[in-house]
Write a protein that binds this ligand. Structure first.
Ligand code: NZQ
Ligand code: ZN
Length: 386
């Protein structure tokens, strides 16, 4: 096991009927900017519940943060923060609203000239404006981590940011919110969380027994709960397991002391930037070709995963490893998610070359747990996924 340090300061308040505690989590004299997305919270009652819980608090609202939070819209929210002297942010939404709020948390206290540099120059956020979240969509784990990904459509880019100053102060996780989530987003959430575990597990053995077992537990819980949640999102027990699995998949715990990969996400973000494909679906497009391309360096963990997670007992190490890749693809498909780029766009020619160029432009010589995934191999991975 590698050396590591682990801090996660986010307070989780999990379960139904907890929102009445919201006010007591806010700092005294809070001037709150409440941020939300395209309006789903107004239809499913979450908006009313939050506003009721905030009665008597100074609250300004900012709605309209789109999926893949857009820099130009966040700029408007930043102006509101300055105008209204806001000192606390409250994200009510899924990964996009929470990530957008993280950008604002950082930008609000940024002392440089242009807050775009936080993304363009990859500046870490040591201190941000404090914020909390009310999660409405289990998927990203953003409610308990310190990362975010922001899109700027005019430049066709989607860039990551993060730092220790960007953990939420608190996050309300109420599984009853799952009942109103459409099928497409349920599938996305399951696939995204599943892939988060893959990225932190499918590397090479390092004798980290407990991290492996935690990761396998999250895989198995997602696999078990997936058909139940797709069939009936109002099933509270299934929703609670879905929600907590998604948070645990990316709150930092399972990646401590082990090598991590993240190539699928690096390429996936480019597919969203270029073609506007939902985040989770880009991951399903890339996973198989990435694992086939890096088969030699990943086959031990692939075989362990096939055995322990999918119960594959037949064949030698390589056969089991191949079966693990096949099972992963079938899992995405079981959620109704296509695993080839051509299912999403007719305009895919040239995508592989463009992503190779972007990796080269950013000076990425080798990605993945061993730094072996070169821009050229990225091109091949994307071509295989056409
Ligand atoms: O905008 P509204 O109207 O609220 O509708 C949203 C949105 O259209 C809807 N929705 C959310 N909760 C709902 C609901 N509809 C009905 N009932 C509810 N309770 O779902 C749609 C998608 O929401 P979004 O927040 O975009 O989804 P998700 O949580 O999957 O977030 C995706 C974003 O997170 C980033 C992705 O790249 C993408 O931009 N990620 C963030 C990560 C992180 N911070 O750690 C890690 C991930 O790997 C990922 O990159
Ligand atoms: Zn993801």
């Amino acid at each position: 096991m590698n050396n590591f340090e682990f801090v996660n300061p986010t307070k989780i308040i999990f379960g139904k009927d907890q929102l009445q505690k919201l006010q007591s989590e806010l700092p005294e004299n809070a001037k709150v900017l409440m941020l939300y997305g395209g309006g789903s919270i107004k239809k499913n009652g979450i908006y009313d519940r939050v506003m009721e819980a905030l009665e008597g608090v100074s609250v300004t609202e900012f709605g309209g943060i789109p999926a893949n939070p857009e820099y130009d819209i966040l700029k408007e929210a930043l102006a509101v923060i300055k105008d209204k002297d806001i000192n606390f942010l409250l994200a009510v939404g899924g990964g996009s609203v929470i990530d957008g709020t993280k950008y604002l948390s950082s930008a609000a206290l940024y002392e440089g000239e242009d807050p775009w540099d936080i993304l363009a120059k990859g500046i870490r956020t040591e201190k941000g404006m404090p914020f909390g979240t009310v999660l409405t969509l289990p998927a990203t784990g953003s409610e308990m981590n310190s990362g975010a990904v922001i899109t700027r459509k005019s430049m066709k880019v989607k860039l990551p940011m993060g730092g220790p100053g960007l953990f939420p102060k608190f996050s309300f996780l109420d599984p009853t919110v799952v009942a109103s989530i459409p099928q497409r987003q349920l599938a996305n959430g399951l696939a995204d969380a599943f892939t988060h575990v893959l990225e932190q597990y499918m590397t090479y053995p390092i004798g980290a027994l407990i991290q492996d077992r935690f990761a396998e537990g999250v895989f198995q819980s997602i696999i078990e709960v997936a058909p139940r949640i797709m069939k009936d999102p109002s099933n509270y027990e299934a929703a609670a397991n879905f929600m907590w699995s998604c948070t645990l998949a990316l709150n930092g715990l399972i990646q401590k002391g082990v090598p991590t990969d993240w190539v699928i996400h690096m390429i996936g973000h480019e597919l969203t930037a270029l073609h506007g494909i939902d985040h989770a679906r880009t991951l399903a497009i890339i996973a198989e070709s990435h694992y086939l391309t890096s088969f030699e360096t990943k086959k031990e963990k692939l075989a362990q995963y096939a055995e322990r997670v999918w119960g594959i007992t037949e064949g030698g190490l390589e056969e089991k490893a191949k079966a693990g890749i096949q099972k992963t693809k079938e899992f995405y498909e079981s959620l109704g998610i296509d695993t080839k780029l051509s299912a999403y766009t007719n305009d895919y020619q040239g995508t592989a070359e463009e992503i190779e160029k972007r990796f080269n432009d950013r000076g990425i010589k080798g990605a993945g747990e061993r730094g072996l995934v070169t821009p050229e191999s990225v091109r091949k991975i994307v071509e295989m996924a056409y």
